[in-house]
Ligand binder design. Structure first.
Ligand code: CA
Length: 229
C-alpha cells in the first residue's frame, strides 16, 4: 500500500518541490501550509509519516509534534522535522521534541527521501515489506495471498486492502471514515455502511473454521485488528 505522507511547510516553493519529489518516489502526498491545517488534516486522514517544518505560522512545528504525541491515535506517527541552520538547537539534536529524525535546511531531496525510508523501515516495517504477519495471519503483497495458520484465505481486492491496512496498525481503532479514506481513497464517494459490508466479508473469510475473530468492533467508534486478545 502506498504510504501517505503529510508535508507541513509554509514556504510555497519548498512545499511544491517536496510534493513533486515525494510523489515521484511513490508516496501519496498531502500538503498543509501551517500547523493548524496540519492538525485538521491528520484528523481527517492519518498519515503514515509527517514531514514537519519547525517554523510555521499559527501553530509551530514543535507544538504540532507535541499534540500528535499526546493523543493515543496519533502517538506513533513517524515525524521528520525540517529545521533551518541556526535553529538546530540541542533540543532538536537530542530529539526530545518527540520527532523521530530531523533534516537541516538546505537539504538535498535524496537526503530527505533516504531519511523517510529509514524512519518508515524502523517504525512501520509493515509498509516496506513484501509480506506482513500478525499472529496467525500472513499477508503476501507480492503474490496477493493471505493465509491464516495453514489455511489459504480467499479475499476480494477490497477485503485484501482492508486487511493489509489493519495489519499495519494492529490494535489501533479506525473509524469507518478513516478506513474509507485509507482503503477506498478520499476522492471516492462511498457510504460509511459499505465499510461494514466489507468488514463482514473479511470476517467471514478469515474465520471460516472455529478460529477467534481478530477484528474487534468498537461501538460507535469503528474497527481494529486485535490478534493477541
Ligand atoms: Ca517555515
Amino acid at each position: 500500500m502506498t504510504p501517505h505522507v503529510l508535508v507541513v511547510e509554509d514556504e510555497d516553493a519548498l512545499a511544491t518541490l517536496l510534493q513533486y519529489n515525494l510523489d515521484k518516489e511513490g508516496y501519496d502526498v498531502a500538503l498543509a501550509q501551517d500547523g493548524e491545517e496540519a492538525l485538521v488534516m491528520v484528523d481527517e486522514r492519518l498519515p503514515d509519516l509527517v514531514v514537519l517544518d519547525w517554523m510555521l505560522p499559527k501553530v509551530s512545528g514543535i507544538e504540532v509534534c507535541r499534540r500528535l504525541r499526546s493523543r493515543a491515535e496519533t502517538r506513533n506517527i513517524p515525524i521528520i522535522l525540517l529545521t533551518a541552520r541556526g535553529e538546530e538547537t540541542d533540543r532538536i539534536r537530542g530529539l526530545d521534541t518527540g520527532a523521530d529524525d530531523y533534516v537541516v535546511k538546505p537539504f538535498s531531496m535524496s537526503e530527505l527521501t533516504a531519511r523517510i525510508r529509514a524512519v518508515l523501515r524502523r517504525i512501520r516495517p509493515g509498509l516496506a515489506e513484501d509480506r506482513i504477519r500478525q499472529g496467525d495471519i500472513t499477508v503476501d503483497r507480492v503474490a496477493h495471498r493471505v493465509r491464516r495458520g495453514a489455511r489459504e484465505v480467499h479475499l476480494g481486492p477490497t477485503e485484501f486492502r482492508l486487511l493489509d491496512y489493519l495489519m499495519q496498525h494492529p490494535g489501533r481503532v479506525f473509524s469507518r471514515e478513516q478506513l474509507l479514506d485509507a482503503v477506498w481513497g478520499s476522492d471516492v464517494y462511498v457510504e460509511a455502511r459499505t465499510v461494514d459490508v466489507h468488514i463482514g466479508r473479511l470476517r467471514k473469510a478469515l474465520n471460516l473454521d472455529v478460529e477467534n475473530d481478530p477484528i474487534r468492533t468498537v461501538r460507535s467508534a469503528g474497527y481494529s485488528l486485535d490478534l493477541d486478545s
